[in-house]
Design a protein around this ligand. Sequence first.
Ligand code: SF4
Length: 439
Amino acid sequence: MSKPKVAIVRYEKPLESVRKAVDLSDGLAGLSPGSKVFIKPNVVMWSRKAPFPKWGVITTSRVVEDVVVLLKERGIDRITIGEGPVLFDPKATDTAAHAFEGLGYNVLGRRFGVTCVNVHERPFKKVDVGGGIVLKFNTDILESDFVVNIPVMKTHAQTVVSLGIKNLKGTLHINSRKKCHSADPEKDLNYMVALLPNPLPESFTLIDGIFTTERGPAFDGKIRRSNLLVASSDMLCADMAAAMLLGYEPSRVPHLVHAARNQGRSADMSEMEVVGEKIEDLAAPHQYSFAYNDTETLPVGMEKMGIKGLSYPKYDLTMCTYCSVYTGAILTSIGMAWQGKPWDDVEILTGKIMKPTPGKKTILLGKCLYQANKDHPRIKEMIAVKGCPPAPGDVVNALHQVGVEINPSILENIESAPGFFMGRYKNKPEFDESLFRIE
Ligand code: SF4
């Protein structure tokens, strides 16, 4: 039996490069005219407040438009673009509409009849994805005939890489996304993510590596202009090849190992035929997480600042996105509050399974950790921030209560925070904003 093809193409020209990736990989060979197609870009987050770095975080609109043109050439008229961005404010369900307008998807609507759907506002269906796990999926993707999955080529602080398989998480109901960050060590985040492709129809994965991201998945990572496209009708193979391009053997990426095992395959390059460019010519190591100190109780940068009397243990796989959105903002606020005087043995715990250290003042961040530890006998002083996700004002109050006088402004204006990173890209023409517009 022939092996699935994975095309690796340098991004050089609009339309032409995507066409080459599609043709070399035979990625749309399984698509029949008249099919109902669901396009899943990666619009992981969006800020309505200010311009922010989209490079390496969000799928370029350039590639999305090129895919739509190629679908139209194949006689596809029913095209839906669907996404459910992570919301800074859980009530801000208009965020997706703002993103679709900002990314030019509404132009695709007017020009090609493409429909955009905000996953948060659409129906969900419970699906048994295997292993006894039931997740609520968006019905538009489930009821499509064919999925075109267009993730960004990026690393991820928890899952090492975030590519085609991981991109599907954005089609889940928020409660199911939280469920994926399970506290069960046998069925952890990697196990859950690997199950996500199971209920989908036939698909084509086109990984947008025009920009690639170190220490992803968000705007605080380090972005490179890499000009790569990876394409395959086999999602696992596309992900394995892209992982290699980011510097990771598939065997080092737990969710790819699970996915391969689920399909009775091996997590290595023997599974595919690579066409186009050679991986060894283009692979470049990308770190996937920020460095922590030896005890993993503070980021190295904060330890170097000399911070004493406070520990913020490194997140684990159980902390879901809605809590992790605050991590960077809290750490930055704490760093800014440091005046050189040791704090009073404070620890800040996150996720679902961390345990308090005897003798410390323990802030439990989020409902999960409060419930797990509220009766813990070793807690000296418990400060619980019970929300799910925690309310920014409550986080500020908790830190003030233990004497960490952070300025509330960063947390209270969390949706503006991505905009602070724009300065990094000033006068760097390779970070071209026009790739995120459709004229
Ligand atoms: S409290 Fe945090 S970790 Fe727990 S489910 Fe809510 S967002 Fe996720």
